[in-house]
Design a binder for this molecule. Structure first.
Ligand code: SF4
Length: 58
């Protein structure tokens, strides 16, 4: 699973609240790719919760 954040991120913090192992939000969200394995369900949940659909899961 490859997880990226597109330019639409508004740094709302929702993804970090759902899965702080993978997402860190400062000026915008960044992904800790090494933590995705084992957190796939939470990553999908965060992608669904993102208000601007900025989390791209491939
Ligand atoms: S939930 Fe979406 S808009 Fe909010 S910080 Fe995460 S990627 Fe950015």
């Amino acid at each position: 699973m490859n997880v990226t954040i597109d330019d639409g991120c508004i740094a709302c913090g929702a993804c970090e609240s759902i899965c702080e192992a993978v997402f860190k939000v400062e000026d915008r969200a960044v992904v800790n790719g090494g933590a995705v394995s084992g957190n796939e369900d939470a990553v999908k949940e965060a992608a669904s919760a993102c208000p601007v659909s900025a989390i791209i899961v491939e």
